[in-house]
Design a protein around this ligand. Structure first.
Ligand code: SIN
Length: 463
């Protein structure tokens, strides 16, 4: 009997599709094919690789609407967000199609006239990726595009909750002529596939987006074969509203960062830190905006907040809200739920909590849901201490119009991505990634192709 993964619509619990799970042997064969394909793909000139990645991007855009609908069906995010994710995905394809042509080496002046020193870059080999359900195509694109641009081959295990849009995304690569063995997907249980990837002598790099716990395990396992790793792990983003901030703008931008994908992103603001002198004004404006958000099936027009991906995610959010309330938090809006365990759908209405303290779980654990806890501070130093008081270091946001406060916060916040008066800093042309428990390496920008390249140094003597 063939094992299958059931893909369901998280807004209704209805079955969308069944996807076959491959056997360990089949996955190992796919790795072998990827390894052999590297011998030819890495020799194709960069301009041709670039052309193929650009053609892939155009093909995805041709099918944008159908791909976005498929994504909403399996992930639940509102259709407009899904369309935005397709654009975000092709931004990575377009950016790295260009970067393929800019993989430069260098020459170094030698300390004797009889020598010449040349540094060149080479693709590292077959790359294995494990991608998450919250951005089924964008996280794939930001790993696959630099890998292919660099001359690497690529194999990915998409998330079991949302494999369909990622698989379709890769089918489009094949349709434009990128060879089947150059970019492949495999389906299986995450742990088992991760072990096959890390045990393989042919896999030269593991790239993963997901939880810190799984990331740590992959790093440990990858040490045996000394594989390169890029890890984009958990976050617990602070958002600071300083005394002099444009409060209207801060409230609007907080909506953008907090409620994107129903709060299910690694960079969603998880703690809202507001100066005591603007606490009332900010809270009032923010709550008024939150009340406008429509909750429902992402396929319906006008919906802003879709379902939570599964029961595990839902239970975590509910327990954080209950814990906060039991410790004295006041609910300003939300704390409403709509779920059906039998059918398998789970909604959390956007929730704002006041009188939050550092004793509450929500101040330490990643929420991955539409809950905004507000805590006040008196000095900017106190805000920094609160903000940095987490093992994570992915994204942070602050709102101030005072350049000295902005400069101070930029220098003191220990996070890889910082939005200053900006709730949406993610972009294909900028380096995305975190410090501390949030991971290793960067994706996007010129930094994002380096991890797919080896540096080779040639010293020519006797001249
Ligand atoms: C993530 O949540 O992992 C990615 C979010 C982004 O790229 O903005």
């Amino acid at each position: 009997m063939v094992d299958v993964i059931q893909v369901t619509n998280p807004a209704t619990g209805e079955r969308v599709a069944e996807v076959n799970i491959q056997s360990d042997e089949e996955i190992k064969e796919a790795i072998n094919r990827g390894h052999h394909a590297f011998q030819t793909w890495s020799k194709i000139d960069a301009h041709e690789r670039s052309r193929l990645i650009r053609a892939w991007s155009a093909k995805v855009q041709e099918h944008k609407e159908e791909l976005a609908k498929l994504m909403t069906l399996e992930n639940g995010k509102p259709l407009n967000e899904a369309r935005g994710e397709i654009d975000y995905s092709t931004d990575y394809l377009d950016w790295y199609a260009e970067e393929a042509k800019r993989i430069y080496g260098r020459t170094i002046p030698a300390n004797t006239g009889t020598k010449r020193i040349i540094v060149t870059k080479e693709p590292i080999g077959l790359v294995a990726a494990i991608t998450p359900w919250n951005f089924p195509t964008a996280m794939m694109a930001r790993k696959a595009a630099p890998a292919l641009a660099a001359g690497c081959t690529f194999i990915v295990k998409p998330a079991s909750e949302t494999p369909l849009s990622g698989m379709k995304f890769i089918d489009y690569a094949h349709e434009v002529g990128i060879p089947k063995d150059v970019i492949q997907y495999v389906m299986g249980q995450g742990k088992a596939v991760g072990e096959i990837f890390t045990e393989s002598e042919f896999v030269r790099k593991i790239t993963f987006t997901g939880s810190t716990a799984v990331g740590k395990q992959l790093i440990k396992n990858s040490s045996d074969k000394i594989q390169h790793v890029t890890m984009e792990l958990g976050g617990h983003a602070p958002l600071i509203v300083a005394e002099d901030a444009d409060v209207e703008m801060a409230a609007q931008q907080t909506i953008a960062t907090k409620f994107r994908n129903a709060g299910q992103t690694c960079v969603c603001a998880n703690r809202i830190l507001v100066h005591e002198n603007v606490l009332e004004e900010f809270t009032e404006k923010f709550v008024a905006e939150v009340k406008k958000l429509e909750v429902g099936n992402g396929l319906e027009e006008g919906v802003d907040i879709g379902p939570i991906i599964n029961e595990k995610g839902y239970n975590k959010i509910v327990s954080q809200i209950e814990d906060a309330i039991s410790k004295g938090a006041e609910v300003l809006v939300g704390s409403q739920f709509q779920s059906d365990m039998e059918k398998g759908y789970f909604f959390v209405y956007p929730t704002v909590l006041k009188n939050v303290t550092t004793e509450m779980m929500i101040m330490h654990e990643e929420t991955f849901g539409p809950v905004a806890p507000i805590i006040s501070f008196k000095t900017i130093e106190e805000a920094v201490e609160l903000a940095n008081g987490t093992p994570y270091g992915l994204a942070a946001y602050f709102f101030t119009n005072d350049y000295r406060v902005g400069h101070y916060l930029h220098e003191h916040l220990k996070f890889g991505i910082i939005g200053w008066n900006d709730g949406g800093p993610s972009a294909a042309h900028a380096p995305f990634g975190g410090m501390k428990a949030s991971g290793l390496g960067r994706e996007g920008g010129i930094e994002g192709i380096e991890p797919y390249l080896e540096t080779k140094y040639l010293s020519i003597g006797g001249l």
